[in-house]
Each structure stands twice: as C-alpha cells, then as structure tokens.
Design a protein around this ligand. Structure first.
Ligand SMILES: [Zn+2]
Length: 269
C-alpha cells in the first residue's frame, strides 16, 4: 500500500469547532489535531467526525503511534473508539498507545474495555508528568480548570517545542507552564463569561482577551486559534486573529477546517 501520510513536521486541523452548539451543528467540522512530527504520527482529541475528516484527507490511522485525549468531553473524545479500531486495523494488529486522564477510563469510561487489548498500552495522564512516543515527547504540566480532569500539552520534537492549551478557564500563572515557538489555543468564547450570566452552561473556557494575555506572556513565533464556539464564529475568527496580530505583534492565525500547518514555517527569520 502506498504511503499517503504527510512527511516532515505538520499539524492538520481535522476540525475547528468547539463546544456543544458548534459541534452539534457542524457549521465547522470537529475531529481534533493530527500531528506528524519527525516521522511519528499522533492524534489529539478525536472529536465527532474524526474518522470522516481523517479518511477524507487520506490520513492513515494505522500509521498512528498514539491517541491522546486531553479530557473526556464529547467534543474531544466521541470518535476515540473508532479511531482505536482504525489504528489497530480492527484489532488484528496490536499497535499504538492511548494517553488519557484517569476519569476517561474509570466510572463511565469513554473507551470500550475490549479495545484496550488492541493497544500496546494505556497510559494515564497526570499533572507534571512527561511521556514519550516514537521520536517525540510531551508533558502535561498542569491540570486545567475545567469540569473534568483536563490537561494541555507541551510537545518536544528534535526540531521544535510547541504548546497546546486545551480547554480551561484562564488562571493566573497558566502561561508559565507552557512555551515553545508555536502556541495552539482552544478559544471558545469572544468574551469571558461569568456564572451569573450563564448559571447552567459550561463556562470554563478561554476567550479572546485570555488569548491576548497568553500570547503576550508567551510571545511564540506563531499562535493558532482553534476550537471555536458560536460567538467566535459569528465574530469571524480570521478577523479576530488579525486584530490579535496587530495588538500583540505576534503572528496569530485562525485555524480552518483541514488546515495543515507546516512547522518549518517557524524556522524562517
Ligand atoms: Zn471540554
């Protein structure tokens, strides 16, 4: 079979929808990030549609070395079972690792137990730990503020270090746990929300002012916004990104469904 996977160091945004209304409407696709780093392929947060978006883009699950869940919410984990089946060729080829917080595996697990035997192993993510997969390593430096156990990741490859700040409420000191020349931020809201305004809605998410603060504090070469909720979509994420670029002096990009970011862009200048 011909190898159709991308070479080099790339991050493919299978979808850019975040939170329940955008994901349910599929105005934007959902599905997570497909990392291809120094020859190691990793899938992060296979939300609803991951199997569709990845096969459509000729990304081959059997080439994955690992699947990582930042947390158990549906928009991050809905396709994890089918992606494990695809990674392991229906279980015929024991292969690949799963990394997930403990509450993805315990009561009301999001992973079917029979699939665990298809994997080389399951590793439970914990605060302050580092893990390695193939040619890359990643750390989960701090537990985020989110209704379920949630981690962001600091990835290190032979050539690059970059951060994915997944779902969280902003908190003082958040930026000091992350770094690198690329920063990927899950920005659900245009404006911060308070429990008083939205007593029954999950509000532990980053907003645009939080993004600006994090970009200012970390000053990466490039920041990419993704995981957009409805208010972000209505505000046109690409215009928000342009404004943030002007205000911070850092190149800020709004991810698009299917966008493939080549990390070699970070090496210029
Ligand atoms: Zn979440």
């Amino acid at each position: 079979m011909q190898d159709k996977s991308p070479s080099g160091n790339t991050i493919t945004f299978l979808g850019t929808a975040g939170a329940r209304f955008m994901v349910a409407s599929q105005i934007l696709a959902s599905g997570g990030l497909w990392l291809n780093l120094s020859g190691t392929e990793i899938l992060l947060d296979p939300g609803p549609g991951c199997i569709v978006q990845s096969t459509k883009r000729k990304l081959r699950a059997d080439k994955l070395s690992a699947i990582i869940l930042s947390h158990r919410h549906l928009d991050h984990s809905a396709d994890v079972n089918i992606m494990i089946e695809a990674m392991t060729q229906g279980g015929f080829k024991r292969h690949g690792w799963l990394f997930a917080p403990a509450d993805c595996l315990e009561t009301e697990p999001v992973i079917f137990s029979y699939l665990k035997n298809y994997l080389e192993g399951v590793e439970v993510l914990q605060e302050g730990k580092s893990y390695s997969v193939g040619n890359i390593s990643f750390a989960t430096p701090i537990r985020h503020i989110h209704p379920v156990e949630t981690y962001g990741m600091l990835f290190t490859t032979a050539e690059h270090t970059f951060s994915c700040i997944t779902d969280t409420r902003y908190f003082d000191g958040l930026s000091k746990y992350y770094g690198g020349n690329l920063l990927i931020l899950n920005i659900v809201f245009m404006e911060p929300r308070t429990p008083v305004d939205h007593p029954s809605l999950p509000i532990d998410h980053l907003s645009v002012p939080d993004a600006e603060r994090l970009i200012e504090e970390l000053r990466p070469k490039v920041a990419i916004l993704t995981h957009f909720g409805m208010t972000m979509w209505r505000a046109k994420p690409w215009e928000v990104a342009q404004r943030l670029s002007q205000d911070t002096g850092v190149k800020v990009i709004a991810a698009r469904d299917g966008m493939r970011f080549d990390l070699s862009q970070l090496d210029n200048s």
